[in-house]
Design a protein around this ligand. Structure first.
Ligand SMILES: C[S@@+](CC[C@H](N)C(=O)[O-])C[C@H]1O[C@@H](n2cnc3c(N)ncnc32)[C@H](O)[C@@H]1O
Length: 260
């Protein structure tokens, strides 16, 4: 709480934008469960692909102080933000690089024993073969027994027809409500009218962005989601063992853990 700049300045700040959406119940639950799951595996080295502003990499580094963590993201602006965040927090077992994960897995000689993706697998653009290629490249570069942990929002039905679109619309209407509710309560730090108005603005900001994301899911505009079944089937066909494939909430988020 209290980690927010005053409104309306946050509408223009990328960093604060990330912070607001980072307060949603679904992001928090996904991150918490990824950190717990990866801690159970106790890897010596981890790479997070699509690390964004570095919030999950920082949490992994804090939880596992003797593990070396590398976060990569293809946007130099956010890797700079993540480096500064890690520096401010004094986390030393963590570094960030600007790199495209699909290129990275093709060119790297070997991957660490744990690869983590949180809300980034769906950014691998259509056609879907590119996601399969990515899984194959990871499989090739992982050591025997190495893992990929993919935390994602999954479609309930990934057909491209009216019924599937309707399900997606309903799901994102629900995600919009959840975005509002969770960030409203997270932002509320008083019961005076200004505090309530501030929390409402925060909730509305998050809701609007979630609804916009839902439209992008429908039009496959930078949000190329798949179903959990699709991921499990294709991971198996690439050769992975599926150790775990479970939902984290009722609005589509879940975690799939694969082992070579
Ligand atoms: C929703 S954010 C991820 C948030 C982050 N994993 C976390 O837990 O806070 C998705 C990130 O994936 C990155 N991304 C998208 N395509 C990528 C690619 N091909 N290679 C690397 N990063 C990519 C985007 O720049 C964005 O920062």
């Amino acid at each position: 709480m209290g980690d927010f700049d005053g409104t309306p300045s946050f509408y223009t700040s990328d960093e604060t934008f990330e912070k607001y959406l980072g307060q949603t119940s679904y992001y928090e639950a996904l991150q918490k469960n990824v950190v717990e799951l990866v801690s159970h595996a106790a890897p010596d080295r981890i790479i997070e692909m699509g690390s964004g502003t570095g919030q999950t990499s920082v949490r992994l580094a804090e939880e596992m102080p003797t593990t070396e963590i590398l976060g990569i993201d293809n946007r130099a602006t956010v890797t700079e933000v993540s480096r500064n965040n890690a520096k401010k927090l004094g986390v030393s077992n963590l570094s960030f690089e600007t790199a495209d994960m699909t290129e990275y897995v093709k060119t790297v000689t070997s991957l660490p024993e744990m690869v983590v993706l949180l809300y980034s697998f769906h950014h691998i653009p259509d056609p879907l073969d590119q996601k399969v290629d990515f899984l194959e490249d990871c499989y090739t570069a992982l050591p025997e027994g190495g893992h990929i942990c993919i935390a994602e929002t999954f479609l309930k039905n990934d057909a491209r027809d009216t019924a599937a679109n309707r399900e997606t619309q309903i799901r994102w209407a629900n995600r919009g409500v959840e975005a509002f509710a969770s960030t409203f309560w997270s932002a509320l730090d008083g019961i005076d009218p200004a505090a309530i108005e501030h929390a409402q603005e925060v909730g509305e900001f998050s809701r609007e962005h979630e609804l916009e994301a839902g439209d992008n899911v429908l039009t496959r505009d930078d949000e190329y989601l798949i179903s959990m079944k699709w991921l499990v089937d294709h991971a198996q066909s690439v050769g992975f063992d599926v150790l775990l494939a479970e939902p984290v909430n009722a609005v589509g988020d879940g975690i799939v853990l694969l082992r070579k």
